[in-house]
Design a binder for this molecule. Structure first.
Ligand code: TXA
Ligand code: MG
Length: 335
């Protein structure tokens, strides 16, 4: 199949909406990462998404909406605090797992009784939802297991020829996938950290639970709250090691090892070997923005092994750490 490249003009966005209404699949920009969208009401379109990505059937999808009316169609018994979250964080990078009404196809939820919903803030994503009039199921638009795409070129690297179209938008503003929480009448649980941070969520849920899979490796066959956590994720081919240390100790360590380093901007000048910069120290947003592009570059350049300086596990840094620990296959060095 030939993958159409669509621009950002009105006509192109109408074309994207028409493809989606006709049961096709289109990669669209969002503020977090590019998503591979399909109608959440079309079983066949959904199966195309799983096939194009090579995604396991038991890993459910997030439904993207543009109104609370749509939310109320998709979910039932919505707790009051979920509406509070919607008011505070939507449109934006927060996904809520709620009780499904059965309105969207069961394939979206991969057999669970819940459904994950998010209202993106990106204007292109919103225009496509609005023009199609559909709730859009959209996983990240990468091949399953590779780093999420933060530019249309990343999408094409993985999926050219396998999807109907890609919207050639800008690089994503956030750079890591949305925060995922489950919300029930008993409270909330953080399933995946993102740009809506734990600190921000605590203002609404002071007792929010943090799933242990966020920072540790699930045991084999362990049942996890979010099926996505159990899969090898965000993994470049490069063997990566995550290093928790001060800047000084990190530089000394990689210099001694004569190794490739994935580090912060300020450190690069103190490192003798090859460096790949992801953001600046003390600026977790900047790390999130460039993280996946750097992981993709490592692979393109056939880097065999590299040490990554870990961010602090605070703010968006927790999300960056969560993605990195998986990219590093849980190989962590504490200096
Ligand atoms: O930022 C994002 O969320 C991006 C953009 C495109 O919106 N999408 C995204 O989708 O990251 P995906 O499929 O790559 O990740 C969805 C995550 C997976 O870990 C999945 O297991 C979890 O959300 N999830 C989806 N539905 C769920 C449910 N009903 N219960 C628990 N976890 C769920
Ligand atoms: Mg993904």
């Amino acid at each position: 199949m030939e993958t159409k490249r669509l621009n950002l003009d009105e006509e192109s966005l109408n074309c994207a909406a028409d493809i989606l209404k006709g049961g096709g699949i289109v990669a669209i920009p969002t503020e977090t990462v590019y998503g591979l969208a399909a109608s959440a009401l079309d079983k066949e379109a959904l199966s195309k998404v799983f096939a194009a990505k090579g995604r396991p059937q038991d890993n459910p999808l997030i439904v993207h909406i543009d109104s609370l009316e749509m939310l109320k169609k998709i979910a039932v018994n919505i707790p009051e605090k979920a509406f509070l979250c919607a008011e505070k964080f939507w449109p934006g990078p927060l996904t809520m797992v709620l009780e499904s009404s059965g309105f969207v196809c069961s394939e979206v939820s991969a057999g669970l009784s819940t459904v994950a919903v998010r209202m993106p803030s990106d204007s292109v994503a919103r225009a496509v939802i609005e023009k199609s009039g559909l709730p859009l199921a959209a996983p990240s638009a990468n091949a399953s297991g590779s780093p999420s795409p933060t530019s249309p070129f990343h999408v094409l690297d993985d999926l050219d020829g396998k999807i109907d179209a890609v919207i050639m938008g800008e690089n994503c503003r956030v750079g890591v996938e949305s925060t995922v929480i489950s919300v029930t009448k008993d409270g909330a649980r953080l399933l995946r950290p993102g740009a809506v941070t734990l600190e921000m969520l605590k203002e609404i849920f002071p007792d929010i639970a943090v799933d242990k899979a966020i920072l540790s490796q699930p045991e084999k066959d362990e049942k996890v709250a979010s099926p996505g956590m159990k899969y090898k994720h965000y993994a470049p081919k490069t063997a990566l090691y995550l290093v928790n240390s001060s800047s000084k100790a990190f530089c000394e360590f990689v210099n001694k090892e004569n190794a490739v380093a994935v580090c912060f901007k300020e450190e690069a000048k103190n490192i003798k070997g090859k460096t790949y910069v992801y953001g600046e120290e003390e600026n977790e947003e900047a790390m999130a923005q460039s993280l996946f592009a750097v992981l993709r570059t490592l692979d393109k350049e056939n880097i065999e092994k590299a040490y990554v300086h870990a961010p602090k596990k605070q703010g968006v840094g927790l999300a960056v750490y969560n993605r990195l620990i998986r990219a590093c296959a849980f190989r962590v060095i504490d200096l």
